[in-house]
Design a binder for this molecule. Structure first.
Ligand SMILES: Cc1cc2nc3c(=O)[nH]c(=O)nc-3n(C[C@H](O)[C@H](O)[C@H](O)COP(=O)(O)OP(=O)(O)OC[C@H]3O[C@@H](n4cnc5c(N)ncnc54)[C@H](O)[C@@H]3O)c2cc1C
Ligand code: SF4
Length: 560
């Protein structure tokens, strides 16, 4: 494997482009601009994980948890699983080189076309034809595929059986997973998926098509420099019109606050990260739209469980190397039920069967059983969880639509979400009804939130945060334009004027719920934004995949 990141000691004073973050938006921006010949630096707050380094035991997973709320701050600021506890909603995002792609389920779907007819989008998105090209490029690089054995997976069959309650049949879900060994578009050899089910813990096989295995190595191949442990605080404009990116180093070395100059800055730190950076930049004097922080959506997203059902599900990952012989689980999602409401888009719903990572296996009794602590101790032999009642545990990921009425702001210098009526959003009742029917059919008990009795509380939770820096026609209805350029908030200049060289390209620009898992659309919009950026700046690049395997570079030790 190739380690991409280098020490911050090697950061130069100035780059043509600084990309903040390293998820889908960042990966596309870095790859395309490096291909266009720009000197690119990527600043990521988390650390790099090579294939094989993701937590596979609970103590390791616990070390990679960071939990932040008003009254709580637990774990390392570079922990992979970043949980934000809010008064109205909890949010889970990824932290590490590759962003959410490291821990997501990789479901790769296009939204219903009605989503793009909503007036929330600037008209150009539907009209200039480039969104179609964006999807085509995203698909070429992310390579969604369906598990050829999806219908044989026990969890798929369990969903098929439960789906009778809604008179719905599941279909195989497209996922960003390599099912047959291949050389990927970045020239990296990816082995075939072993069906271990650990996608959401981090793929230790190298079969999940993460940003860390696709766009980021491509960017590095074209000269981009990657720096981890760099948490960006704000950006400011210099007298000559260039940009300065201010960040804190998190690698424990002296130096603390640092900065780097750039002609172009691409904020791609995700919905929470990019919005937080712009909010802080505004507090430091940058004029931006007063729509900043508005239109936060949870994408109508829910994770819930069915416990105690009659048949086996095999919905707990076995990891790699496998902890349990002879158990093929399948990728984190193999099948889904699609419920399309032709009359009311908001009522459309996708329900996926999910898998919990193997590292969570030892604590499942604690989560689901009243006397679980004792049982947890008794069942410390992990295999107990695979054979006993937990073999019937069903995990559901459901995605639909909400009103995008959340609002992000800064509180004690940290991003926080205000959405007082979030739990009353109609979507939650609808999804609960559907999932309850499925679980009842399977003979189990619907468990909406096994962590309700903990610091997580009863509020809804999402892994699909969107919005905060949404695109609009002008600064009165958006923070960026359809190309991702940040509107200048100075009232003395035109309302569609932008800050030259400052972009936001990630999930934060999406102005409404998508109703499907968002990674493909985030990537497609990023590819589209880069086509525009290249045209505006007179740049050229192609997105042709590498034809040959790239020789692995000499392995260097991890940074911190
Ligand atoms: C458990 C889980 C399962 C999911 N499953 C799916 C799925 O199956 N399909 C799907 O489509 N989506 C899924 N998602 C959601 C999807 O992964 C995200 O929507 C997507 O990763 C967002 O992409 P992004 O480019 O906006 O930012 P991200 O991928 O979130 O990347 C942002 C990056 O910026 C970094 N960053 C943040 N702040 C700073 C800062 N101040 N300075 C420097 N760096 C910073 C972060 O560490 C992160 O690496 C899932 C998410 C989770 C957590
Ligand atoms: S099921 Fe296992 S091998 Fe396959 S993509 Fe997921 S984590 Fe990787």
């Amino acid at each position: 494997m190739i380690r991409l990141a280098r020490s911050l000691d090697r950061l130069q004073r100035h780059y043509d482009v600084v990309v903040v973050g390293s998820g889908y938006g960042a990966g596309v921006a870095a790859s395309r601009l490096a291909r266009a010949g720009k000197r690119v630096a990527i600043l990521e707050r988390g650390r790099e994980f090579l294939t094989g380094e993701f937590p596979s035991r609970f103590p390791d997973l616990r070390q990679q948890m960071q939990v932040t709320g008003k009254r709580v701050r637990i774990g390392s600021p570079t922990g992979l699983y970043d949980v934000r506890i809010g008064d109205d909603m909890n949010i889970l995002v990824g932290c590490g080189l590759g962003g959410g792609s490291l821990i997501n389920a990789g479901v790769t779907l296009r939204p219903d076309p009605r989503v793009f007819r909503d007036e929330a989008w600037p008209a150009e998105i539907a009209k200039d034809g480039l969104i179609a090209e964006g999807y085509a490029r995203a698909i070429r690089w992310i390579r969604p595929a369906r598990d050829p054995d999806a219908a044989q997976r026990t969890k798929f069959k369990a969903l098929a059986s439960a789906g009778k309650a809604l008179a719905e049949e599941p279909v195989a879900a497209p996922v960003a997973v390599t099912f047959k060994e291949t050389i990927n578009p970045a020239g990296i050899r990816q082995p075939a998926c072993t069906a271990c089910g650990d996608c959401c813990g981090g793929c230790n096989v190298g079969a999940k098509n993460t940003v860390a295995l696709t766009y980021l190595p491509d960017a590095v191949h074209h000269g981009a420099q990657v720096f981890t442990h760099a948490k960006v605080r704000h950006v400011s404009q210099e007298a000559n019109g260039g940009w300065r990116v201010h960040f804190e180093r998190q690698d424990g070395k002296a130096g603390g606050a640092m900065s780097v100059g750039a002609d172009i800055v691409v904020l791609a730190a995700g919905t929470l990260g990019s919005t937080e950076i712009l909010l802080r930049s505004r507090a430091q004097g940058l004029a931006v739209s007063d729509r900043l922080g508005h239109r936060f959506s949870a994408n109508g997203d829910i994770i819930a469980f069915g416990y105690g059902g009659k048949g086996p599900v095999n919905g707990i990952g076995v990891g790699h190397p496998s902890k349990v012989d002879g158990l093929d689980v399948g990728a984190a999602v193999s099948g889904q039920i699609e419920i399309v409401d032709e009359d009311d888009l908001a009522r459309s719903l996708t329900i996926q069967e999910g898998v919990l990572p193997s590292a969570l296996a030892p604590i499942l009794p604690v989560l689901f059983l009243p006397n679980g602590r004792l049982l947890g101790a008794l069942q410390s032999l992990v295999s107990g969880v695979y054979k006993g009642p937990f073999a019937g545990l069903q995990t559901f990921f459901a995605v639909s639509h909400d009103s995008a009425a959340g609002r992000l702001g800064l509180e004690d210098d940290r991003i926080s979400l205000q959405w007082p009526n979030a739990r009353d959003e109609p979507v939650y009742r609808r999804v609960d009804d559907a999932l309850e029917a499925l679980v009842k059919r399977a003979g189990g008990r619907y468990v909406k939130n096994p962590l309700a009795g903990t610091v997580m509380g009863h509020q809804p939770a999402t892994a699909h945060p969107l919005g905060g820096c949404v695109m609009g026609r002008e600064r009165d209805d958006g923070v960026v334009n359809h190309k991702g350029q940040v509107f200048d908030g100075n009232p003395r200049i035109g309302s569609a004027d932008v800050h030259e060289g400052l972009y936001v390209i990630d999930g934060s620009v999406i102005p409404r719920s998508l109703g499907v898992n968002p990674l493909l659309t985030i990537t497609a919009l990023a590819e589209r934004a880069l086509i525009h950026l290249a045209r505006d700046c007179g740049l050229t690049f192609d997105d042709a995949p590498h034809q040959r395997e790239r020789a692995p570079a000499i392995n260097v030790p991890p940074i911190a």
